[in-house]
Design a protein around this ligand. Structure first.
Ligand SMILES: Nc1ncnc2c1ncn2[C@@H]1O[C@H](COP(=O)(O)OP(=O)(O)O)[C@@H](O)[C@H]1O
Ligand SMILES: [Mg+2]
Length: 222
């Protein structure tokens, strides 16, 4: 059984069809690029996965459970298994890089005794060990993105979902961020990355799921 499955999922916002009859499965340990122009429905996939919104039709199954049918009290548990890197980072500006990671650990109720080692490990992984005591405003664009990734990883989620992580970055910095996501995938993590920049993913070998106007246009796995 795949780790994540979208089964004939549609999502309407009033008369807007953000997704129409979308089906795909993602296995544990897979890396998938979700592409498609702005408005194609990429962020809607993420919002459905973390149950920020529910599908108008169809079903999303994650880790053996139907996401749309989860009880409200089970939603935090779902979200702990999904490490999200948001388009706009959502790092807390008044906290340092390492404190931002601590907050994720506190929310996930990780025992405090594990915090220091976990934070050290993820900051080393994303190459920010030397910047752990800096605030987000003191970091360069690519570093902010890596800090957001560290915060997502620190609670050891089963899947990483990075939504347009290369959005405002120059080419080389964007390439570095994708390389890092690839490295995380190679260490065994399931990784989903959305981007509207096809050029970015051309040089990386991974499955590509292409959306267009809310429909799956192409899936290189099939
Ligand atoms: N809350 C909402 N209300 C109305 N329309 C929305 C809402 N969220 C997304 N949409 C619409 O759904 C479509 C897909 O949006 P989105 O998933 O954000 O696309 P992408 O991330 O690929 O750029 C767009 O046409 C967008 O305007
Ligand atoms: Mg988007």
């Amino acid at each position: 059984m795949p780790l994540l499955e979208f089964n004939k999922v549609s999502k309407n916002f009033g008369s807007i069809e953000a997704l129409r009859d979308v089906s795909f499965g993602i296995d544990e340990g897979e890396m998938v690029f979700v592409t498609g122009p702005s408005g194609a429905g990429k962020t809607t996939l993420l919002k459905l996965l973390i149950r920020e919104i529910r599908p108008s039709a169809g079903e999303i199954v994650f880790d053996g459970k139907s996401v749309g049918k989860l009880k409200r009290r089970d939603i935090p548990k779902l979200r702990q298994k999904i490490g999200v890197v948001f388009q706009d980072f959502k790092l807390l500006p008044e906290k340092t890089v390492s404190e931002n990671c601590d907050i994720a650990l506190a929310i996930s109720k990780t025992p405090k005794i594990e915090w220091a080692a976990r934070v050290e490990h993820v900051l080393d992984l994303v190459g920010l060990s030397e910047r752990s005591e800096l605030f987000p405003s003191q970091l360069a664009g690519g570093e902010i993105q890596r800090a957001a990734l560290a915060r997502a990883l620190v609670v050891n989620p089963s899947i990483i979902f990075a939504d347009e992580p290369t959005g405002n970055l120059d080419w080389e910095t964007a390439e570095e961020v994708i390389k890092l996501l690839k490295k995380i995938h190679e260490e065994g993590k399931t990784v989903i990355v959305t981007t509207h920049h096809k050029k970015i993913i051309k040089e990386f070998k991974a499955r590509i799921l292409e959306l267009r106007k809310g429909e799956v246009e192409k899936d290189t796995k099939e």
